[in-house]
Design a protein around this ligand. Structure first.
Ligand code: FAD
Length: 260
């Protein structure tokens, strides 16, 4: 079974926005694997240990995103590919997922694709479902448990709901986005780190994945950031209403009426 894990490099700590360009300020900020993706990777490595699987990690990003691929190899992945090209600059989630889908097809497809539930910087949670849609495969979001029955080519998964969980059976190929509750990611071993250091990480460009220019980068992005602002902080000082019960009720009604 071939498992592909999508990992994103995200800024470490709080994300700041440049008010002029509306872009993330990445200068001087450390970068790490998106925390949810560590859980996706751990689940892939766990399945590899129980069944006969290969685990491939892919990341679309700038050249320095290679670091998260090496870390993934140190944590048990077998292969890594960096999807990197200036043509991908300005990609929204639709263009990003088109590009990821082309890359997955180019490296031979996958029986299972694992993503995090969301990325802590972009925070849309759109990549998993959109990627499944480009590939024409089923997806289940917010998965907290995965059981593989290889003989029947199917997974039984538990997906988290607001008031409990739902059990879903799905034949593969399929895509799951995972939540933190699914497992506890292991640390990388010394042997893993040594292997990761020497590993070859091929870079896939737009040409390599035979992408259609109309669907990548800015041209392939039907959404745009028209403005960015910090939400107004609510006034938390409180206000004391005094007077008789009638006066208090009347004051309260006046305060609340614009909100109704
Ligand atoms: P989510 O959907 O929240 O992530 C869910 C999961 O998908 C992750 O846990 C991970 O498993 C997987 N995943 C997400 N992103 C990747 C990835 N890149 N590689 C592998 N797996 C991934 N970003 C830029 O860096 N530069 C830009 O110039 C840029 N321009 C943009 C322009 C527009 C108009 C918009 C709307 C967005 C732009 N972005 C840009 C943001 C970029 O589109 C998103 O970061 C990206 O699509 C992922 O979305 P997300 O962070 O919400 O991921």
């Amino acid at each position: 079974m071939k498992i592909v894990v999508c990992v994103k490099q995200v800024p470490e700590g709080n994300v700041r926005l440049d008010p002029e360009t509306n872009n993330l300020c990445r200068e001087g900020v450390g970068a790490v694997i998106n925390p949810y993706d560590l859980h996706a990777l751990e689940e892939a490595v766990r399945l590899k240990e129980e069944h006969s699987c290969t685990v491939t990690v892919i990341s679309m990003g700038p050249p320095q995103a290679e670091d998260v691929l090496r870390e993934s190899l140190a944590r048990g992945a077998d292969h890594g590919y960096l999807i990197c090209d200036r043509a991908f600059a300005g990609s929204d989630t639709l263009a990003t997922t088109y590009t990821l889908s082309r890359a997955i097809e180019k490296i031979g497809g996958a029986d299972l694709i694992l993503c995090g539930k969301l990325a802590i910087d972009g925070d849309t949670a759109q990549v998993g479902p959109e990627l499944a849609s480009w590939l024409g495969i089923p997806h289940v979001a917010a998965v907290r448990k995965v059981v593989l029955t290889a003989a029947d080519r199917k997974f039984t998964v538990e997906r988290m709901m607001d008031d409990g969980y739902e059990e879903v059976e799905v034949e593969y190929p399929a895509l799951f986005t995972v939540v933190r509750e699914i497992n506890k990611p292991r640390f990388s071993s010394l042997k893993g780190k040594m292997r990761a250091k020497k590993a070859d990480i091929p870079v896939l460009t737009s040409k390599d994945i035979e992408a259609d220019d109309r669907y990548v980068g800015l041209r392939g992005s039907p959404t745009w950031v028209s403005g960015v602002f910090a939400p107004e902080q609510p006034d938390s000082r409180g206000r004391r209403i005094e007077g008789t019960a009638e006066e208090q009720a009347s004051d309260l009604a006046e305060i609340l009426s614009p909100l109704i």
